[in-house]
Design a protein around this ligand. Structure first.
Ligand SMILES: [Zn+2]
Length: 415
């Protein structure tokens, strides 16, 4: 049974962690993308050590790892709990001043600065939060609940386990990663060193969420090569690659296959950038579907349209390159059904209704799953992330801590 008198530490920790600016940078080519992320990672490694996890450390890349030794005679698979320390490049994470709205009584929440309003119409979850304490920003920064709520919850679970040695669990690995927000969170991770068999990223939203399905994703680079010549003498000779690219863009399907016309389980192709001059135009596309086999079909559609575009400009050329990004983690998780089943069992024991829906995006868990560490994503209570409107409820954070503890308990009991 959970010790209902337990004094949670996650909120205090959270309020401390959000004060450290850990914004990652999409443009950077170094790793981690920003050195400042290590300021928090170093502090977390030190904190884990102080708590008694002797092997806690941060490696040269900024990954924090630590082990909570097993306290059972049973042979339990090692599981890891993972969260990321960086915050989104979209909005500044410097000088975050969290505001705790105690005992929320319903209605929209107006932030102190900038005229920002957290609207119930955009956040229907708020309807279930009467009496809760809602942590928001002051309107000048993001909050960083994504994913410092997850970090704080994992740290609190460790604190609970250390205070309650009678709660049995197998070996538990803790891992905090940099650069998730720029899609590079698993780039330098040493899974051998982590040596976990299964893992959970604690980076989901609403209470009850277990995410076991993500998009499969490719990137496609399309280059249109035209022919440049002085525009004053170009008659009958110039082939402006910008015009070829425009013609191609205009031929893309409009009522389907694009982000603004698809939802739920529908995939899409999406142009994310164009760079060009008369000679060369380079277009980047992201290709997304829950069915990996669809990616090839969508890519063939784009290739076909690109060929049709160059056919209108004889002598011009097109070059296409496909780069694999990540794959739907479900393909891996289906082969290890106990990872999802144990999480659902833990929710059931806590009387929390499971919420399962596919993520129209990717997570570090999608990459980790294909690197050999099956890793679904579980809720941390984060809402409206990557913006000034970000918020998290204290009571959801407490439930997330309980959930983490309960998952480990289920693994031990069913071993
Ligand atoms: Zn996140």
């Amino acid at each position: 049974m959970f010790d209902e008198k337990y004094q949670y530490t996650c909120v205090d920790k959270f309020l401390k962690y959000v004060k450290v600016d850990t914004q990652s940078d999409e443009e950077s080519t170094s790793f981690p993308s920003t050195e400042k992320q290590k300021n928090l990672s170093k502090a977390l490694a030190e904190e884990l050590k102080q708590m008694g996890l002797n092997d806690a450390h941060m490696d040269e890349w900024g990954y924090v790892m630590a082990t909570l030794p097993s306290n059972t005679n049973k042979n339990v698979d090692t599981i890891a709990f993972i969260a990321h320390v960086d915050t989104s490049p979209a909005v500044t994470g410097k000088d975050v001043n969290p505001v705790i709205n105690k005992n929320y009584q319903g209605g929209d929440i107006k932030l102190k600065n900038g005229g920002w309003i957290i609207k119930v119409s955009d956040n229907p979850e708020l309807k279930d939060m009467i009496g809760y304490d809602i942590i928001t920003t002051d309107g000048t920064t993001l909050l960083g609940a994504d994913n410092k709520a997850g970090v704080a919850e994992i740290m609190d679970a460790v604190n609970y386990w250390l205070k309650h040695p009678e709660v049995k669990h197998g070996t538990i690995k803790i891992c905090f990663t940099p650069d998730e927000e720029v899609g590079r969170g698993t780039e330098k991770i040493d899974l051998k060193k982590l040596s976990a068999k299964y893992a959970y990223t604690v980076d989901g939203s609403a209470k009850g969420e277990i995410e076991t399905e993500t998009f499969s994703a490719d990137m496609m680079v399309i280059k249109f090569i035209g022919k440049n010549i002085h525009p004053g003498y170009a008659k009958g000779q110039m082939m402006n690659s910008i015009k070829i690219a425009s013609s191609f863009i205009d031929s893309l399907p409009k009522d389907k296959l694009s982000p603004e016309t698809t939802e739920k389980r529908e995939g899409y192709v999406h142009c994310t950038s164009i760079n060009g001059n008369e000679e060369l135009s380079t277009l980047k596309f992201i290709i997304r579907s829950f069915e990996t086999a669809d990616l090839k079909k969508f890519e063939d559609i784009l290739k076909d349209l690109a060929n049709k575009a160059v056919a209108k400009f004889p002598g011009s050329k097109v070059e296409v390159e496909v780069i694999e990004q990540y794959r739907n983690m479900k393909e891996v998780l289906d082969r290890h059904p106990q990872v999802e089943a144990n999480a659902i069992e833990a929710l059931k024991r806590l009387n929390i209704k499971p919420i399962m829906h596919p993520i129209r995006g990717g997570t570090d868990g999608s990459r980790l799953s294909f690197m050999g560490l099956p890793t679904p994503n579980i809720f941390a209570g984060e809402h409206s992330f990557h913006s000034q409107l970000e918020w998290v409820a204290v009571q959801d954070m407490h439930d997330a801590v309980k959930f983490i503890i309960e998952i480990a308990k289920v693994w031990e009991e069913l071993a």
